[in-house]
Write a protein that binds this ligand. Structure first.
Ligand code: BG6
Ligand code: MG
Length: 215
């Protein structure tokens, strides 16, 4: 029995994954580091500093902690500039309908995101009021694949992990949800989320019944 659905944000509810890519691409190009969409997929669900570490694996020199801090801040400044254009039209297809359907059936709703920009994004997209609980990168000390963000969301909802379903597009997030002892629903393809079942390419293909197994 599912009593709560906990949604990842970037790439599940809102079209921000391309904006993360564009901001990191500016940094990587300026540093002469190879970076493409395939590498970008490894950054899904991963915190800003850990994302930078993954990008720097392809660098030809070592970076000091101060340089890394500066690069992460520059990426975030570029990303936040891009977020200025975000609006309700950037909510991914099927999301609003699904949230309405779940709320109408008294299913509790939460967002659990690694992003420190999550609240800005939810506000800009008009989604904040839809969720009883929002846990983001500012609340946690360990990023996905650690289960902390999901366990904190479940605790705030007052619902045990085994009655929570997590909707995720990132391998790190799927792993985190499994470690939290929660049900998972993947958003993506069997190619980028191997072994994840059930799965759909977009929430537009999902309704309340397919998501939580009841009408
Ligand atoms: C996750 C994204 O939601 O948030 C990652 O999938 C991103 O790509 C992470 O690195 C941290 O985001 P932010 O906004 O705090 O830099
Ligand atoms: Mg995501």
């Amino acid at each position: 029995m599912i009593d709560a659905v906990i949604f990842d944000l970037d790439g599940v509810l809102v079209r921000t994954d391309g904006l993360h890519y564009r901001a990191w691409k500016v940094i990587a190009d300026a540093e002469g580091i190879e970076f493409d969409e395939r590498i970008n997929d490894q950054l899904r669900g991963v915190s800003r500093m850990e994302s930078l570490e993954i990008i720097l694996r392809r660098a030809t020199r070592a970076y000091t902690p101060e340089e890394k801090q500066a690069l992460a801040e520059r990426k975030n400044a570029i990303y936040r500039d891009l977020l200025q254009s975000l609006c309700p039209a950037d909510v991914l297809p099927g999301v609003n309908e699904l949230l309405s359907g779940l709320s109408a059936r008294d299913v509790a709703l939460a967002v659990a995101s690694s992003s420190k920009n999550a609240r800005t994004i939810l506000d800009r997209c008009g989604l904040t009021q839809r969720f009883g609980v929002i846990v983001d990168g500012n609340d946690i000390s360990r990023s996905k694949p650690d289960p902390q963000v999901f366990l904190m969301a479940a605790e705030k909802l007052g619902i045990p992990p085994e009655r929570c379903l997590v909707v995720e597009d990132a391998e790190a997030g799927i792993l985190a949800a499994r470690r939290a002892g929660m049900h998972v629903f993947g958003i993506g393809t069997p190619r980028n989320l191997p072994g994840v079942e059930p799965i759909a390419e977009s929430l537009s293909q999902v309704n309340v019944a397919t998501l939580i197994g009841r009408n």
